[in-house]
Ligand binder design. Structure first.
Ligand code: KIV
Length: 297
């Protein structure tokens, strides 16, 4: 264990030569037509792996409430929980732009509250920017946060913190009037100064239209290929979260099944005394052993 710790920590910092991704580099990617890659992370090793894989943006999403902490939805997640996980992610990722997701009730009550909590993500969580959900009703909060020099990412469409108002985790913007309202909200968030916008679970052609109308990059999740970038919840992508998988998720691995297999194999090895083997054990010199036996026998 001592060996593992002393070798893994410094190497991670030195082998990652990528330049730091900024809000400006994301805008430039949109202008060049290069898709932006975003993933969620909630801990140090995942953040490190994503950073080394070249992911542009790492979001410490409040989805951690569901996929890591086991809550029913994202509503119970607190600022303290978000900051705890943000700090771990910031220790693991050095190049990706780090975005902290503002949890429910950390920005809805007042613009001052929103600014204070956004500031905590940068001061205490090691984040570079924050994300919050909602459209026209959030413009004051967005302006207050940006006024303090903190970049803000917006989030429209299926906004999970409004799950009860939306009547469940369901696609949004499917009628002409809902789609028009979403486009208006997107333009308002851009005018308010957001550097980017997540579009979640909206029709692909609506997301493409919004992406064309905005100068800032859109990042889609369940919003089709016409967005300027894509994001997935990492636990969905890895097949780590077994409770349910949204239709828009592509699973790149099945880590839940692989974890179960490894745990069952460990159990069997322990019970049959196959583990630990000699190579997993610590030895002492024969002379020391003989000397001990002389003393105690
Ligand atoms: O919390 C989260 O992970 C998110 C993404 C789905 C964008 O908001």
């Amino acid at each position: 264990m001592e060996g593992t710790l002393s070798t893994s920590a410094p190497v991670s910092a030195s082998v990652n030569p990528r330049k730091k991704i900024t809000t400006i580099s994301l805008r430039q990617k949109k202008e060049r037509g290069e898709p932006i890659v975003m993933l969620t992370a909630y801990d140090y090793p995942t953040a490190m792996a994503e950073d080394q894989a070249g992911v542009d943006v790492i979001l410490v999403g409040d989805s951690l409430g569901m996929v890591v902490l086991g809550y029913e939805n994202t509503l119970p997640v607190t600022m303290e929980e978000m900051l705890h996980h943000s700090r771990a992610v910031s220790r693991g990722a050095k190049s990706a732009l780090l975005v902290g997701d503002m949890p429910f009730m950390s920005y809805q009550v007042s613009a001052e509250d929103a600014l204070r909590n956004a500031g905590r993500f940068l001061q205490q969580g090691g984040m570079d920017a924050v994300k919050l959900e909602g459209g026209r009703e959030r413009v004051d909060a967005v302006q207050a946060i940006i006024g303090a020099g903190i970049p803000v990412m917006g989030h429209l469409g299926l906004t999970p913190q409004s799950v009860h108002q939306l009547g469940g985790f369901r696609p949004q913007g499917r009628t002409a009037s809902a789609a028009k309202r979403l486009l208006e909200d997107a333009l308002l968030l851009e005018q308010a100064g957001c550097f980017s916008l997540v579009l979640e679970s909206v029709p692909a052609r609506l997301a493409e239209l919004v992406s064309r109308r905005l100068a800032i990059p859109t990042i889609g999740i369940g919003a089709g290929v016409g967005c300027d970038g894509q994001v997935l919840v990492t636990h969905d992508l890895l097949g780590l979260f077994d409770r349910f998988t949204p239709k828009f998720v592509k699973k790149y691995a099945n880590f839940h099944a692989e974890m179960q297999r490894a745990f069952a194999e460990f159990k069997s090895d322990v019970e049959s005394k196959q583990f630990p083997a000699v190579e997993h054990s610590v030895e002492m010199a024969d002379a020391e052993w003989v000397s001990l036996l002389k003393e105690v026998e």
